[in-house]
Design a protein around this ligand. Sequence first.
Ligand SMILES: [Fe+2]
Ligand SMILES: [Fe+2]
Length: 317
Amino acid sequence: MTKKTEYIQARKSQLNFYREIPLYIKRDKNTFVLYKQKGITIDDMRISENTYPSVLYIKSSDKIKGIQEAQKAFNKKIENDIKSDNPEKVKETLVNMVNETLDEPRSGSLEGVYDTVDILVSDYSKEHDIIKNLIDISHKDYSTTLHSISVMALALGFASYINLSQDETRLLGLCGLLHDVGKTKIDPEILIAQRKLTEEEFEKIKSHTYRGYYILRECKFKSEYIKQLSLCALEHHEKLDGTGYPLNKTENQLAKFSQILAIIDCYEALTNDDRPYRSAMSPFDALNEIIGRDVKSGKYNKEIFTLFIQSLSTAVK
Ligand SMILES: [Fe+2]
Ligand SMILES: [Fe+2]
């Protein structure tokens, strides 16, 4: 029988944020020794950064608590970065934050991003540039994290353009951020494969829709949020004419937010640099391609698409 590992390596980006989580050093194969006790941060220990042990561990049972603690600290940092008018820093903190969240999208870690979106939305009217800057995030290192953040930023810009209430804006932003959360359950080798996928592999990729649905059904947001969030995960690859996946739903069966995200998701996918065999399209070409290919043939909602173009012209330079 194999013994369950009791200690796991702590993430570098989280280390400074742990207060309630004790940290350990590995002495030998099976011995771990306390390095930092509960109740203080590494900073409080006044050890200069270059003398930290290169690898520190936490108890695996502290993993979720660790993510939550780091998320709280990340949120404080985002707030301060916005106040100090530093969009670059906001972006960096947000990427770290979403990375942590998507790494362990279990109940208890997704809720932290609610506060993040809340902070971004509450400060949006004052700090218009924040969202604009997030939309401009470089797409060079494509990952689900950057894609999710970009989709969230575009969704927030759209929500603000069509004057959704603060609450709906927040919710649409969250839907954008979490629509692909099911991808965290797909073998990364398939997700980043630079070859033509087999039918079986493609089916696995498609399963990120209902996997996301189930993850989001289990999280602890309020019930109207859960309903919209899980529907967006399930339906964002559906098409109005029934040619999408996973359920071949048609227009009347699709939630409004899912129809909005389907367009934003497609636009984001065309304009980012994720695929090695083609370079990213310019926003203009991407919009043209979507119009020619999918709006005219009745796959996307024309009215939403028109509003989306208009929202882009106000949000993106
Ligand atoms: Fe997706
Ligand atoms: Fe997506």
